[in-house]
Ligand binder design. Structure first.
Ligand SMILES: NC(=O)c1ccc[n+]([C@@H]2O[C@H](COP(=O)([O-])OP(=O)(O)OC[C@H]3O[C@@H](n4cnc5c(N)ncnc54)[C@H](O)[C@@H]3O)[C@@H](O)[C@H]2O)c1
Length: 254
């Protein structure tokens, strides 16, 4: 992808680590100026500094995506700094402790929906306003394989990720004819801090069970999701609209 985002501007939320940081790096390596946003102030400062030290144009913005006012300010800062917005990856998300539906509290449902769905909703509002003013742009929302199939013990998380796909497909139809493309990426299990959480710090028995479900025989790397996101935002994906793309080592193929 080197060079294909020269002169372009990309925004990544949840860029303090994991898939978000890998994607911010991939956009930067492809030539984009990058806005990295995260609610973790320390992590996002360090991530943006790392990109600048590598010679890229990058700013870090502390932003809680559940707060529409903070999101508006973050996008305003992005546009004020770099003048436009060509690509956005709405990636910030949280997991939930495994628990059966009746053991999942209403508060936990609200917390997970608020970040994983409301956060994407808030970000898309600001991004689309800017992209409509420009007449171009590409958005990728982060769902999960949990957005394409049910997962035992994960009703809140799975509901939030299914909802992200519904939002992606419907909004994609609203704007398909305007030069703006909206898609979703659905990662399988990827080695990030979230995987540390899900595997209880890589408990060998949990890892063995999870890898056994992976046709490819391993977890994914954040860079493998990043590559798909950058491609979806690139001109090479110009006919991709409203698609929920699984990048999952083959789990959904079976
Ligand atoms: N790792 C996996 O196996 C996996 C699989 C499927 C989907 N996903 C999805 O990928 C995305 C990234 O996950 P990851 O594995 O890199 O996780 P991660 O925990 O490493 O990164 C998530 C980032 O989002 C940030 N964040 C959380 N709440 C936020 C908020 N309210 N506002 C702004 N930032 C916030 C965190 O601070 C963190 O930096 C998530 O949406 C997740 O659901 C991950």
């Amino acid at each position: 992808m080197t060079g294909s985002f020269e002169g372009k501007v990309a925004l990544v939320t949840g860029a303090g680590g994991g898939i978000g940081l890998a994607t911010a790096e991939a956009f930067a390596n492809a030539g984009a100026s990058v806005i990295l946003a995260d609610c973790d102030e320390k992590a996002i400062g360090k991530a943006a500094e790392g990109l600048r030290a590598a010679g890229h144009n990058a700013i870090g913005v502390t932003c809680d995506v559940t707060d529409a006012v903070q999101v508006e300010a973050m996008i305003e800062r992005a546009v004020r700094t770099y003048g436009r917005l060509d690509a956005a990856f709405n990636n910030a998300g949280v997991n939930s402790d495994a628990a059966a539906f009746l053991d999942t509290s209403d508060d936990e449902f609200e917390r997970v929906m608020n970040v994983n769905l409301r956060g994407v909703w808030n970000c898309m509002k600001g991004e689309l306003q800017q992209m409509m003013a420009q007449g171009s742009g590409a958005i990728v929302n982060c769902s999960s394989i949990g957005g394409l199939k049910g997962s035992r013990g994960r009703s809140a998380y799975s509901a939030s990720k299914h909802a992200v796909i519904g939002l992606t497909r419907s909004a994609a139809l609203d704007y398909a004819a305007t030069g703006i493309r909206i898609n979703a990426v659905c990662p399988g299990m990827v080695k990030t801090p979230m995987a540390v959480f899900v595997t209880k710090n890589y408990d060998p028995e949990i890892v063995r069970r999870m890898v056994a479900q992976e046709p490819i025989g391993r977890f994914g790397e954040p860079e493998e999701i990043a590559a798909a996101v950058v491609w979806l935002c690139s001109p090479a994906a110009s006919f991709m609209v409203g698609h929920a793309m699984a990048v999952d080592g083959g789990i959904l193929a079976g």
